[in-house]
Design a protein around this ligand. Structure first.
Ligand SMILES: [Zn+2]
Length: 65
């Protein structure tokens, strides 16, 4: 697994993340599954991020709606 905000490999340590990320305001920029940098689009009502291999995630999905 990779940290979606920094692209760092998660080895069990607590990842250091921007405060906005904790609040759900910051879109992830790296795919958690492969660590690739994703294409990120910010929209007025949220965001989406796309990995070329693992598809698109969006802010609505992240909020489990
Ligand atoms: Zn991926």
């Amino acid at each position: 697994m990779f940290d979606p905000f920094t692209g760092a490999v998660l080895d069990g340590a607590e990842p250091v993340r921007p405060r906005a990320a904790h609040l759900g305001l910051e879109p992830p920029r790296f795919c958690a599954q492969c660590g690739r940098r994703m294409i990120v689009q910010i929209a007025p009502d949220g965001w989406w991020a796309r990995c070329s291999r693992h598809g698109t995630i969006d802010s609505a999905q992240d909020e489990q709606r």
